[in-house]
Design a protein around this ligand. Structure first.
Ligand code: SF4
Ligand code: SF4
Length: 536
């Protein structure tokens, strides 16, 4: 069966379904769910219940005592995470979050309303952990934990991208993403994981990055980029790997050196850091900034994050510079410090170019490349020619994690306004803290999940369509590796004619490097077309 066409998918039914929400049975319809994790990946990571199975099978081959495992796991997490217990208790069902989730907007399925998504687990909490639930059962909104409930959890908690948009609107600050994380962690205890999360995590253990690129492959990729940048600019940059004593460790998502359009962002980093003379090194072991542990369990977050700091210590760098990635920054800002920090063996980051001390990174010792570049521009350290980006009419997608989890709202915009002549914002309620997710984050960006991704990405694409039609926008800039992978197919589906780029690709285009040859092309190798642009 082929994928549905946009004109079919946009016919969304918002009516309530005939059956009660308490009825858990789910249909695993092709295009709306992710395949299960392969046994080899569970084995590699030492996770429970490795086996061959798929969500559409009747028998999920759960462990004999699966119910006890889940309820014990819930009890443990209710005691360990005060937020989880609070989120189970305080929702007043006001409905402020109901229409804020992109999956609800794109699917019309009430169980994709954040409030109802949380009720799927809250109802089990009531049944086994509250007196009213024990006494009054369904009258008190309580449900028994059955295999069908497990299947329902698997389906709907893999239709949440942990984007946290709903939490912005909740008057009680309930963070459904945190609930999703806990439920995925519970499912993990009985071996109900998706492959698109566990394969990258297993790869990261084996080779240091999600894509499974081995150290010599990593070196080849970096060398190739150095050669290509020389061809484009006439300048040979030095991009060292595993060099002890460098001042800065540069950590990027692996897609930056292995995928497009990410790779042009990577060229942008290399050009920029060479131009301002930063003494940096990559690590072939910490060759990944992303952290798919965020989509699996707290323990996995900790395990994957630790290698970055282990490498910083081994290489004796002073501080860490991080590239354009989404969940890497959420982990850094929200979890790293309590899990693996504070990183007292490193220095508070100071820009070697401007002398700016990044006090906000005093504990993690890690600075976002947009913060670093915005500071360079602010201090007049870069020679920029924005007309080199004149073929682009740009808008900016706030990637969920840098925007909502670290508040990185101004720096990318400041950079874009300095490196491009044409920049237009999407409507206010779709950007900054209220940004709409790409629809494929948190490990859901798989081919088999195509329909649900297109549905989830509809609100984002709709806002892009608006600025395309109003201002002629033809480029969506963003600072997340998952976005760069998943927005191109989304836009091709809903808004053909708009491309996707990283912010540092545009920086690399505009950057006039000392001693460069006359540039004939941009970093994509496309001819530079300087158009007559109203520089308003
Ligand atoms: S975190 Fe995002 S995907 Fe999950 S329920 Fe909230 S808005 Fe929807
Ligand atoms: S906005 Fe908050 S309190 Fe209101 S229904 Fe949603 S989660 Fe519950």
């Amino acid at each position: 069966m082929s994928n549905p066409k946009p004109e079919e998918l946009v016919q969304i039914q918002y009516e309530n379904p005939p059956k009660s929400w308490m009825e858990p049975a789910v249909e695993f319809r092709k295009g709306t769910f992710c395949y299960s994790a392969l046994a080899k990946n569970l084995n590699y990571l030492g996770l429970p219940n490795p086996r061959e199975w798929q969500p559409f099978n009747v028998d999920w081959k759960l462990p004999a005592d699966w119910k006890r495992i889940i309820l014990d796991g819930m009890k443990e997490r209710l005691e360990k995470f005060r937020s989880f217990r609070l989120f189970m208790d305080i929702c007043v069902r006001c409905g402020a979050c109901a229409d804020k989730c992109h999956f609800y907007i794109g699917s019309g399925d009430p169980k994709n309303m954040p409030v109802l998504r949380a009720e799927l687990v809250r109802s089990v909490y009531r049944r086994y952990f509250t007196l009213t639930g024990r006494l009054f059962g369904s009258l008190a909104g309580a449900r028994d934990l059955t295999e069908d409930v497990i299947k329902e959890w698997f389906y709907y908690f893999h239709q949440c991208t942990e984007c946290r948009r709903c939490s912005v609107f909740c008057p009680y600050g309930i963070d459904t993403a945190e609930i999703t994380m806990i439920v995925r962690e519970l499912l993990n205890l009985i071996g109900c994981n998706i492959n698109w999360v566990l394969e990258p995590a297993a790869n990261c253990f084996r080779t240091g990055n999600h894509l499974g690129v081995q150290p010599h492959g990593f070196k080849d990729s970096v060398d190739f980029a150095v050669d290509e940048l020389e061809e484009l600019t006439g300048i040979r940059v030095d991009a060292s790997i595993n060099r002890k004593g460098a001042e800065v460790l540069l950590i990027v998502p692996s897609a930056d050196y292995f995928g497009t359009p990410h790779y042009y962002t990577f060229l942008g980093y290399l050009a920029l850091l060479h131009e301002v003379g930063v003494d940096y090194t990559f690590s072939a072991y910490a060759s990944e900034g992303g952290n798919f542990g965020l989509f699996n369990s707290h323990e996995m977050i900790k395990r994957l994050n630790a290698k970055i700091y282990a490498e910083a210590q081994r290489l004796k760098v002073k501080w860490i510079l991080g590239g354009e990635c989404g969940h890497m920054w959420r982990v850094l800002h929200q979890y790293m410090d309590t899990m693996n920090g504070p990183a007292d063996f490193l220095d508070v980051p100071v820009s070697p170019v401007t002398g700016t001390r990044f006090e906000h990174a005093r504990s993690t010792k890690m600075v976002h490349i947009c913060e670093f570049t915005a500071d360079l521009i602010h201090n007049g350290k870069l020679h920029l020619d924005p007309s080199r980006n004149d073929r682009w009419n740009v808008t900016f997608h706030d990637s969920c994690n840098p925007a909502r989890a670290m508040g990185l709202l101004e720096e990318p915009r400041y950079i874009l306004r300095n490196v491009c002549n044409r920049f237009h914002e999407m409507p206010e309620n779709t950007i900054r803290e209220q940004t709409f997710c790409c629809g494929s984050g948190s490990g859901l960006g798989t081919d088999e999940n195509f329909e649900m991704r297109m549905r989830g990405g509809l609100p984002r694409a709709n806002a892009v369509k608006y600025v395309k039609e109003k201002h002629g926008v033809n480029l969506l800039a963003c600072i997340c590796a998952i976005d760069k992978a998943t927005l191109p197919p989304l836009l091709e589906y809903w808004v053909p004619g708009v491309e996707v780029a990283g912010v540092h690709e545009l920086v690399g285009n505009a950057l006039v490097m000392r001693g460069e040859k006359e540039r004939a092309t941009d970093l994509r190798g496309e001819p530079l077309v300087v158009e007559e642009v109203a520089h308003a």
